[in-house]
Design a protein around this ligand. Structure first.
Ligand code: PMP
Ligand code: GLN
Length: 379
């Protein structure tokens, strides 16, 4: 079979998680909570299963869950989305991203990716015949170099992929970023996919600013979210896409043939669970403690870092310690000191190696402390 993705192997998350398991290492590589979700949420799923909510959900999602998302967006950001026509429940943000890319990108269209970029973006573009155009984020803070973005725009540019808070680097977009982007694309036939799965994980009193809070951007944006990050249920694979009616109509045409619909009892359970906003609003504080604990401990290790602004990832730099490739170091640390991480070169199309590793701190405090103890021995 002639490969459609000849340059792509198994994702780094799968590779490093397997290595962690094989070597009984603490797995701070793939991003998922090391603690369980809320028992009440589990009870709700069982309850809906027992009540017989076990057949196909409506294609665009269960109305009560879409209503809940509309209420949340209205209450938190003062922005309206019509649950009937502008909100779609999907099987994880990965599906939302793939469906949105497929809805927009035609053969030969250029798509701007800000690197380091989450690993599912480029393959989704390529499978749709699009051409990724790579723009590097500024080091060391991973802010956006707007001149470079401007220079990358051509008459073939159809889409720009945005991710805030950013995985792997944690950068959180500012109002200034939104304003500049709006100015750049206002009169262009360019759409946006905004991956906001870490919406509720920002630090030091920073607020997440969804792109849709800017009226110009709202009209052009597919916002992709995931319940996985917010409710510690990455294994449930449930997410959503918010987009204006015209965009959502095209999005749904793709979604209906990718998966058609998403797990019914889980949608009902999440709708009930989300009635209480504190169940997602407490996340910033919850993860702030973990980020602070992790960063305090990192000071006792040889790594250099700036505390992450958002997401549950912390990037560290080791260039002053060794010239080893980041992938090699990630493997060696897994084997020698029993802590697995993700090499940041995996998020660059050309495996650019800035001597950076990513650690996931969505783990129990004792696990983080044990990992930090081990990391202090890193050489
Ligand atoms: N985008 C980013 C930036 C992510 O980190 C992840 C997964 N952690 C996803 C998308 C995929 O989300 P889901 O598991 O809901 O498909
Ligand atoms: N998004 C998670 C991460 O960045 C991994 C999800 C996956 O393994 N596909 O680690």
């Amino acid at each position: 079979l002639l490969s459609k993705l000849p340059h792509i192997g198994t994702t780094i998350f799968t590779v490093m998680s397997k290595l962690a398991t094989d070597h009984h290492a603490i797995n701070l590589s793939q991003g998922f909570p090391g603690f369980d979700c809320y028992p009440y949420l589990q009870d709700l799923v069982s309850e809906y299963m027992r009540k017989g909510y076990n057949q196909y959900a409506p294609m665009s999602g269960v109305p009560i869950l879409k209503n809940r998302l509309a209420e949340k967006t209205e209450n938190l950001y003062d922005v309206s989305f019509d649950p009937e026509t502008e909100i779609t429940i999907v099987s994880g943000a990965t599906e939302a991203i793939f469906a949105a890319v497929t809805a927009v990108v035609r053969r030969g269209d250029e798509v701007i990716l800000l690197e380091p970029a989450y690993d599912s973006y480029a393959p989704a573009i390529e499978l749709n015949g699009g051409v990724p155009v790579y723009v590097s984020l500024n080091l060391p803070d991973f802010s956006v170099d707007w001149q470079k973005v401007k220079d990358a725009i051509t008459d073939k540019t159809r889409l720009i992929m945005i991710n805030t808070p950013h995985n792997p680097c944690g950068y959180v977009w500012t109002q200034n970023d939104l304003d500049i982007l709006a100015e750049l694309i206002e009169d262009e036939d360019i759409y946006l996919i905004s991956d906001e799965v870490y919406e509720h994980i920002t630090f030091d009193n920073r607020n997440h600013l969804p792109l849709f809070t800017h009226p110009v951007l709202k009209e052009k944006t597919f916002t992709c979210g995931s319940f996985g990050k917010t409710f510690h249920i990455t294994g449930w694979k449930i997410g959503y896409c918010l987009a204006p009616k015209k965009l959502s109509t095209e999005f749904r045409k793709i979604h209906q043939f990718l998966t058609f619909s998403t797990s019914t009892p889980m949608q009902y359970a999440l709708a009930d669970f989300m009635k209480e906003p504190s169940r997602y609003l407490f996340l910033n504080e919850f993860y702030q403690k973990k980020r602070d604990l992790f960063c305090e401990g990192l000071k006792q290790t040889p790594f250099r870092f700036s505390p992450t602004q958002g997401s549950f990832f912390q990037v560290v730099e080791y260039g002053h310690l060794s010239s080893e490739k980041d992938f090699d170091l990630a493997v060696r640390l897994t084997k020698e000191i029993g802590v697995a991480s993700i090499p940041i070169s995996a998020f660059y199309h050309d495996q650019k190696d800035h001597k950076l590793l990513r650690f996931c701190f969505a783990k129990d405090d004792e696990v983080l402390e044990e990992a930090l103890g081990q990391l202090s021995k890193a050489t």
